[in-house]
Structure formats: structure tokens, C-alpha cells
Design a protein around this ligand. Sequence first.
Ligand code: HEC
Ligand code: HEC
Ligand code: HEC
Ligand code: HEC
Ligand code: HEC
Ligand code: HEC
Length: 501
Amino acid sequence: MNETPTTKFLSLLRNPVSYLGLSVTVLSAGLGIPLMLLDMLSASGNAYLGMMIYMVLPGTGVGGAALAGMGMWWEHYRRTHGGQTLPLPRLDLNDARDRVIAVGALALAVVVAATLSVAGYRAYHFTESVTFCGKLCHEVMKPEHTAYQYSAHARVPCVSCHVGEGAGWFVRSKLSGLYQVYSVTFNKFSRPIKTPVHSLRPAQDTCEKCHWPAKFFGGLQKVFTHRISDEKNSPWQVQMLLKVGGGDPETGAAGGIHWHMNIKNKVYYVSDESREVIPWVRLVGPDGKVTEYTTTEDPPKPEEIAKMPLRLMDCVDCHNRPSHVYKPADRVVDGAFELGQLDPSLPFLKRESVRLLAASYATQTEALAAIRKGLPEFYAKNYPKVLEAKRPAVDAAAETVARLFSSYIFPEMKTDWRVHPNHAGHRDSDGCYRCHDGLHKSADGAVVTKSCDACHSVLAQGPPQDVARARLATQQFKHPVEGVDVVEMKCSMCHNGAPGL
Ligand code: HEC
Ligand code: HEC
Ligand code: HEC
Ligand code: HEC
Ligand code: HEC
Ligand code: HEC
């Protein structure tokens, strides 16, 4: 036989290890290429198939090739130490023994391929599960996983929002997952986990699989029941009609709050890293008319705006907390009163609960101890008679506040409402007021509206017993604390989760 360097090199493949490696590679390609064609031809990408095609099979393929390489290296070593070149195996299908070997090898290959597929599929399933996402790296994901369980989306798997359908995003998520495993293993992750999630998939591919923007229209009546921080924990209710809107241009005008949802209008903006400060907004109307609004409060220069990344507004610019809702301290306490978990006859219970929740702690253990000790202590010092008469109610209240703390506040990960504010509103953080603050103006004098009636109408307000008897009618919002100019002042100046404390 003529020995050229190439044939000599290739002959190194003649060893059992390389044979095994090569067959694994060939099998992977044989399985992967037809599946890939299938995936490319089908309109909706299937993530399960994607896992096989783009992760498992290439993995085994490369593994096989590596094995073949190792075999060659071993063979080279063997030959340079006096070993003989093995002859190629002879296969004669007329020979019964060879036939058995050939059929056996084929069967074995099929079994191996099937096992690999099932294993890959199972591994895939596991990495998609809420257990994997939320519990595996327990300390890191504890805030997200805990708050998730209290949200409207508690039964929506993490991947429905974070990955969605299709192989491309699946691979991206697994690649970023590898980095995450690294950062958790080497303790390199940031506390808190930074938001916004810049790599979040556009909402059209996730949220809109379940929520159909063209189909929400009309209003949503919401009742906010609060407790004032006075001695009596006086209840205070605001009922309002939120003009959610949305709309299908086929059946009517797209309007209301969901007017932004890219059905007819497109809103672009630039912002700081956190998306909390939005100095410039561009509106593209249905007729293509462009209006650009710049803040009049410390306006950026046009060249500065040009340097900032432009973002098209979508669902998560308002619903940035659809699932990990870290509620502010005063809201969770209001909620517990409403559910009857806190006894309103205990003086200043609202104020003291909020104070204990909003204080700063290094660990959850420290916080829970401080709450369980602090609440009875407050009553022992200021209302000893109340404590004597209502010890069980005080202890139960302390337990409730401790539970609220562990559901919404995570000192180890430095995560709470102050770090991750909810943008679907404007009281506890700027939210809508990031643009609708009355200060964003266009060159021809148009202003992004701050009119209180643009987004909602207050229908009734005051103590609940009065609200229950009131006739619902559009009215101006009366702030429960006198002397607060709610039109001029931003709510978030004072409402930081613990106003007045
Ligand atoms: C209904 C959709 C939805 C579901 C379900 C969901 N998330 Fe999220 N998640 C989001 C959105 C939207 C953000 C982005 C917030 C932002 O960019 O400001 C986010 C942010 C995060 C962040 C960044 C830190 C933070 O607290 O905002 C982590 C980590 C996270 N999610 C993990 C999870 C895990 C783990 C699960 C499952 C237990 C899950 N998510 C389920 C929508 C969802
Ligand atoms: C797998 C389906 C599914 C996906 C994906 C999904 N949702 Fe939902 N969402 C639901 C269901 C079901 C409810 C109603 C839950 C209920 O009424 O208890 C809901 C409720 C809501 C609500 C009203 C309740 C609330 O929290 O105030 C909002 C807002 C919402 N979703 C926004 C989003 C956004 C934004 C996304 C994308 C980041 C998203 N959803 C992704 C199924 C989904
Ligand atoms: C301009 C901000 C904004 C945008 C953008 C936005 N929403 Fe909303 N959405 C709201 C507000 C405000 C409400 C009123 C209820 C509330 O405060 O949670 C609401 C209500 C909802 C509800 C509950 C409706 C009901 O009747 O109970 C769903 C579901 C919802 N939005 C989904 C979406 C989805 C999906 C998208 C993206 C396609 C989206 N929203 C885009 C602000 C927005
Ligand atoms: C990134 C900037 C931005 C944010 C954030 C934003 N909007 Fe807007 N919104 C606009 C612009 C621009 C317009 C068009 C100018 C106008 O009508 O004032 C608009 C218009 C509106 C309109 C009037 C629609 C109509 O029929 O004319 C409503 C209602 C509205 N927004 C509600 C909200 C609510 C509620 C939020 C918070 C949950 C919010 N917006 C957050 C930029 C924003
Ligand atoms: C750009 C839209 C928009 C504008 C303008 C706006 N609001 Fe709101 N407002 C909202 C949204 C959204 C919520 C939150 C609804 C929710 O939490 O579900 C809200 C909530 C409220 C609440 C209820 C707070 C609570 O938790 O009890 C009050 C009160 C209120 N707004 C008053 C006002 C007043 C007063 C003005 C005028 C100075 C105003 N709003 C302007 C969108 C708007
Ligand atoms: C100058 C500070 C300040 C401003 C600005 C302000 N508030 Fe308040 N607000 C307070 C204080 C203090 C309380 C009483 C808190 C308590 O008693 O727990 C309060 C109470 C409330 C309550 C009663 C429920 C509760 O938590 O006690 C509502 C609702 C409310 N504010 C809405 C708003 C809205 C909406 C805006 C913006 C349009 C706003 N406030 C602006 C200081 C302010």
C-alpha cells in the first residue's frame, strides 16, 4: 500500500477506541441531521427537539470525535513503541458469524442511540422544571422562587417567561445557564440579582402566548384597602376604575392603558441601566407620525441620547413584576389586615409592623428574631394593659409579620421592593411617572399626560363603611393626609413602602 502522510495519519484510526468514538459520532450525525431538517421545516420550533438537535447530539458527536482522537494518540504511542498496524476488519455478510456480529452491532447502536435520546429528554425536562430553576441553587433563587409562589403566575413554569418556545432561545438560555452555574459555584453572583434582565425574551414571544393583547379592553375596577398608621389602624379605601383598554383595531379603537402595546402605537425610549430614569421618549403613531419628548428636568443632550440603547416598550416595561412581586412593607401589612390575620384592635399595629418590616437586617434569622421580640416589647412598654389582655393576639401578630417578612424580604440576597420596584403604578415608585410626570415635552409643546383621569377614575374613597354606602361617581383623589399636593408632588417622594416613618 502507498503510504502518504494522510493515509498514515488516518490509519491511526485503526484501534478499538477510535472505532467506538467514530461510531458514536456517526450515530449522532445520522440521528441529528434528519432531525435538524425536520425542525427547520416545521413552522413552530419544538424546544424538546431543539434540545436533542442542538445540545445532546452535538455533545455526543463531539464526545465521539474526542474519543476517536484519544484512540489515535494511543495508537501512535503504541506504534512508536514497536506495535504493529492492525489490519482493517474483514466483514463478509455471507459468513453466518459475521452476519451475527453486524446485526448485533447495529442493534447495539440503536439501543445506545435510544438511551441517549431518552436520557437527553429527561435531562431537558429537568432543566425546564420549576424545581431546577427555583430550588437547585436555593440561596440565589430564593427571593424569586418564594415571591413567585405568591403571584398570579404561581402555576406558570419559569421557562414560559424566561425561555419560551424554539430552539434558539433554548440554547441561549442554556449557555447563560452555564455561566450562572459557574457564578454560583464560585460565589460570583451579585446580590441582589440585577434587573432589568437585559436578555429577557421579547414579550411577544412569551406573555402574548397566553395573554392576547387585542382582546383586553374595557375597564378594571380595583379596590385598594389600606390602614392608616394611627392608633386605631383606621381603614381607608380607594375604589377606582382602571382604564386598561387595549383593543383590536378591527373591532374598535385601541385605547386606554394598553394603548402602548404596539397594536397601533409604538413607544421607544432611552434610560439609565436600571430603567428607572427615562429622559427621552419617542412615539410613532399609527400613521407613522413621530413625536419625541424630552424631560425638562435636567435634560440630556441629543448626542448623549444617541449613545444610549433604544428600547421598544413592551409588557415588561409596566409589568416588570408579573411573577416576582416583592410587595412594599405597607402593602403587605394592609393585605394581612384585610385577610383578618392582624387584629386591628391592637393600637398602632400597622405602624409598628411596617417599622419592623422596613428596618435593615443582615440575615433573615436576625430579622425574624427582632420581629418576634420587637412587637411584644412595643406593647409591654407602651400598652402593658393591652398586652396583658391580648397576649395571644400580639403573639399571633408577631408571627404574621415574621411570615410576611420571609415571603417578601430577603436580606441575604439584598432583595426587596426597594431594589425591585413594580412599574405598574406610580405610588410606591415612579412607574408610569417615569414618563407621565408632566415634565416630558416635545418641541411643539405636547406633554406626556399626567392628567389623573387619563389612566383611571377614582369612584369612591374614605373609610370603607362610607364607601360601601357611597354612590360611585368620578371624583378627584383626596389624599388621606392633609396638605399633600398630589398633583405637584410625586407620590414616590414619600411613599417608599413605609411613608411617614
Ligand atoms: C409570568 C412570567 C414569569 C415567570 C413565570 C417567572 N418569571 Fe422570572 N422574571 C419575569 C420578568 C418579566 C422578569 C424581569 C424583571 C425586570 O427585568 O425588571 C423576571 C426576573 C427574574 C430574575 C431577575 C431578578 C428578579 O428578581 O427580578 C430571576 C432570577 C428570575 N426572574 C427567576 C425566575 C424563576 C427561578 C422562576 C420560576 C420559579 C421565574 N423567574 C418565573 C417573569 C417571570
Ligand atoms: C403560560 C401562560 C402565561 C404566560 C406565559 C404569562 N401569563 Fe400572565 N397570567 C396567566 C394566567 C393563567 C393568569 C391569571 C391568574 C389568575 O387569575 O389567578 C395571568 C395573570 C396575569 C396578570 C393579572 C394578574 C396580576 O398579576 O396582576 C398580568 C398583569 C399578567 N398575567 C401579565 C403577564 C406578563 C407581563 C407575562 C409575560 C412576562 C405573562 N403574564 C405571561 C398566564 C400566563
Ligand atoms: C403602559 C403600561 C402597560 C403595558 C405596556 C402593558 N400593560 Fe397590562 N396592564 C397595565 C395596567 C396598569 C393594568 C391594570 C391592572 C394592574 O394594575 O395590574 C394592566 C392589566 C393587565 C392585565 C389584567 C387585565 C384584567 O382585566 O385583569 C393583563 C393580563 C395584562 N395587563 C397583560 C399585559 C400584557 C400581556 C402586555 C403586553 C402585551 C401588557 N399587559 C402591557 C399596564 C400595562
Ligand atoms: C416609556 C415612557 C412611558 C411609560 C413608562 C408609560 N407611558 Fe403611557 N404613554 C407614553 C407616551 C409617549 C404616550 C403618548 C402621549 C400621551 O398621550 O400623553 C402615552 C400615553 C398613555 C395613555 C393615553 C392613551 C390615549 O388614549 O391617548 C395612557 C392611558 C397611558 N399612557 C397609561 C400609562 C400607564 C398606566 C403607565 C404605567 C403603568 C404608562 N402609561 C407608562 C409613554 C409612557
Ligand atoms: C399614566 C397613568 C396614570 C396617571 C397619569 C395617574 N395614575 Fe394613578 N394610578 C395609575 C396606575 C396604573 C395605578 C395602579 C393600579 C394598581 O396598582 O393596580 C394608579 C394608582 C393610583 C392610586 C391608588 C393607589 C393605592 O394604592 O391606593 C391613586 C390614589 C392614584 N393612582 C391617584 C392618582 C392621581 C391623584 C393622579 C394625578 C395626579 C394619578 N393617579 C395619575 C396610573 C396613573
Ligand atoms: C408629602 C408626602 C406624600 C406625598 C407626596 C404623597 N403621600 Fe400619600 N401618604 C403620605 C403619608 C405620610 C400617608 C399616611 C401613611 C400612613 O398613615 O400609613 C399617606 C397615605 C396615603 C394613602 C392611604 C393609605 C396608606 O398607605 O396609608 C394613599 C392611598 C396615598 N397616600 C396615596 C398617595 C398617592 C396616589 C400619591 C401621589 C399622587 C401620594 N399619596 C402622595 C404621604 C404622602
